[in-house]
Design a binder for this molecule. Structure first.
Ligand SMILES: [Zn+2]
Ligand SMILES: [Zn+2]
Length: 151
């Protein structure tokens, strides 16, 4: 998604503006951690430069250590607990938006599906959209799969 984006939690305490800047294309993650964290079938992520995000309202956070040893911290509304974005200590300066919080979430087009090895059985991946059984193994593969489109 391009340009300046806005979004909010469901109670209205937290809203945000994501300035136009360096960002990846949105993708779905079907890993079991995302299923548990969202209470749903998958999570919609979009990596962006953290300094492009301006938050209005009080956030709180929760952290956990992934099997790799990385610490993942998720930030959301302190009141209604809607989760807005996540940070990971292995990629400082970047964060991952939860795309369902966007005001224009119906315009999200997923560039890829990750961890489809653990996707729920009823989820059908659209033809022509890349799907990985796990996730990209390095930064170059991430860039190739969901990095900004080259113009
Ligand atoms: Zn809220
Ligand atoms: Zn995941």
């Amino acid at each position: 998604m391009e340009g300046e984006l806005t979004g909010r939690c469901i109670c209205g305490t937290v809203s945000y503006t994501l300035r136009d800047g360096f960002r990846f294309r949105p993708y779905a993650c079907h890993c079991t951690d995302c299923q548990s964290r969202t209470g749903s079938a998958f999570s919609e992520h979009m990596l962006f430069a953290r300094h492009d995000l301006e938050i209005d309202g009080e956030l709180d956070s929760g952290s956990y250590e992934q099997p790799s040893g990385a610490i993942s911290t998720i930030w959301g509304c302190a009141k209604c607990k809607v989760r807005v974005f996540a940070e990971n200590n292995t990629r400082p300066g970047f964060a991952s938006l939860r795309c369902g919080t966007l005001d224009r979430s119906s315009e999200v087009i997923l560039a890829a599906h990750l961890w489809v090895g653990s996707k729920q059985s009823w989820v059908t991946i659209p033809d022509g959209v890349p799907a990985l059984s796990e996730q990209p193994r390095n930064q170059a593969e991430w860039m190739e799969l969901v990095g900004p489109l080259k113009t």
